[in-house]
Design a protein around this ligand. Structure first.
Ligand code: HEC
Length: 120
């Protein structure tokens, strides 16, 4: 049983990584994010790599949030206040449980999200 769950987790991790994208071009190519909003472009790169696989279901399409306004309207982000932004407060880095089943965000990834929200 343990072996099966380990294999499942491993195949999940591998399938996630084939979708990963580390270049802004890739991200911008598949979305309508404004390239003149570098903080959102960088934040979206983190979200796409660490969160979107789970948060793009029919009921919660984070991949459709291509402007700061849409993120704020979604309730996941409060402009300028990380302490009131579930996107930050739900992170393992802050003692909560996201990304579910995954590792803490790296310091860089975390700081990228914080910089974006504090600058809104
Ligand atoms: C392996 C799947 C998975 C990953 C990866 C993941 N989440 Fe989640 N997330 C969930 C599930 C399932 C829920 C609903 C249950 C809950 O709230 O714990 C949730 C809920 C949330 C919520 C509460 C609001 C909502 O949409 O339900 C926030 C905020 C959140 N996640 C943030 C993040 C962030 C930020 C990341 C990336 C750093 C992330 N999650 C990565 C599965 C995931």
């Amino acid at each position: 049983m343990k072996l099966i769950s380990t294999l499942l987790i491993l195949s999940f991790i591998c399938s996630c990584q084939t979708d990963n994208s580390n270049s802004f071009d890739d991200i911008l190519g598949s979305s309508s994010i404004d390239p003149n909003n570098p903080n959102l472009v960088k934040a979206y790169a983190v979200i796409e790599e660490r969160c979107i696989d789970c948060h793009s279901g029919y009921h919660n399409s984070w991949s459709a949030y291509d402007t700061d306004e849409k993120w704020i309207a979604s309730g996941n982000v409060t402009a300028g206040i990380i302490g009131d932004s579930p996107l930050i407060m739900r992170l393992k880095n802050r003692g909560s449980n996201m990304p579910l089943g995954g590792a803490n965000l790296t310091e860089d990834e975390y700081n990228t999200l914080v910089t974006w929200i504090e600058g809104l």
